[in-house]
Design a protein around this ligand. Sequence first.
Ligand code: NDP
Length: 457
Amino acid sequence: MTEPVDLFVIGGGSGGVRAARIAAGHGAKVALAEEYRYGGTCVIRGCVPKKLLVLASRFADEFARAADFGWTPVDARFDWASLRAAKDRELARLEGLYRDGLARAGVRTIDSRAVLEGPDLVRLSSTGERVRARRVLIATGGTPSRPGIPGAELAITSNEIFDLSALPSRMVIEGGGFIAVEFACLLQRLGVQVTLVYRGELVLRRFDDDLRVHLDAAMRESGIEIRTGETITAIERRGASFRVATERGEIDAGLVMLAIGRVPNTQGLGLERAGVEIDERGAIRVTPDSRTSAASVWAVGDVTDRVALTPVAIREGHAFADSEFGNERWVCDHEDVPAAVFTTPEIGTVGLTEAQARERFARVDIYRSRFRPMSNVLSARVERMLMKLVVDHDSDRVLGVHLCGPDAAEMIQLAAIPLKMGATKRQFDRTMAVHPTAAEELVTMREPVVPDRGAAG
Ligand code: NDP
């Protein structure tokens, strides 16, 4: 048994690393164990490499559009191996920064799996060493779920997609959530013919309906085949490719990717020995201040299945560390969390959807604008931008902002500030426009498109 620590963090992803560094900064003696690579899903096989691939894929549109702006057409060719190598160098750099940051903060980093032997006792699988800890933070994240269908093991998930030796010419992706639509859009632009198989009727189920319709149309326009109301029922290997069966037929593809959600990483962690309760999805049950059912154990990030986004995990970890080791008690606010989906066109969204607003408020005004962004006006491209504000008629408060089009992710970050502050539509309108931009629509939409006079009307 080594010397006890004030905090033992299991998991070196966004939430765990932030908590470890902040706690150490408050003077705590901290150890952190990571079994794979530092940076977690976001840095190693999520947000960061995905965004690099998205950026790479969008050159396809730029090259096509360049001729409309007077450039001689270029015969550009895409080389997956070069992009993969560049991406790997960047991830190695980022992982190094994570490790350095922990070391500089004085955190002991341990490259090993760690499991709980009790509420204040952790065992390192690599060496068998036992570490006693006054507090334990579980930040082990999540992992892609796999359906129990024949041949499921033949498919890849977002864990493997980044390291393929080559891209296939045809690919089937199952799912209609963040990962499925993002990869469908980027792979299609990198030259893969994508078929998306989704069990629902319209992708991105919990998003505003106008966004969903807009994105669905844009994806189809870009050449992606979207098959709705279907699931994959079996996958079979056929020589070098695969035959995918659904309820409605068969599809041949060089590769199959499953993006049907993620499950919390709680298996084999020794949670039962520590008295840490999980829910029916395997997520650790936590209070708003990230306490578990065991007095000395906390949990943050995807393993708690609250809002599975990197900035949320970081803030949960920070709140935990400040509250337990600093002088300030605070909790992470999970309301009005802005989000982006890095499809092309991309989505930015914050606040209530129109449907949610209509459930909660008697009278809801909708402001909506669809227009051709300037980047498309000289070209034959028909792709339009969608901007939508959801407003409470009685208080004039802006309840939701939903954007789909170029730079929507950048715009939504800024729109999220007034929304969080409780700004009214009148305050949006008093803000001067910046011209010519797409974002100016946010402050120039004068008339509601669906005037809702409610029961009184
Ligand atoms: P999501 O929860 O977003 O979507 C899962 C999709 O799979 C849904 O369309 C769902 O259908 C479908 N599905 C679920 N179970 C089955 C099943 N058994 N058979 C067939 N289809 C099924 O999960 P993702 O895996 O796309 O992403 C996980 C999380 O990661 C996201 O929720 C998000 O929090 C985070 N993420 C964030 C990103 C960002 O910020 N840009 C990017 C990528 C991930 P239905 O709609 O009918 O439920």
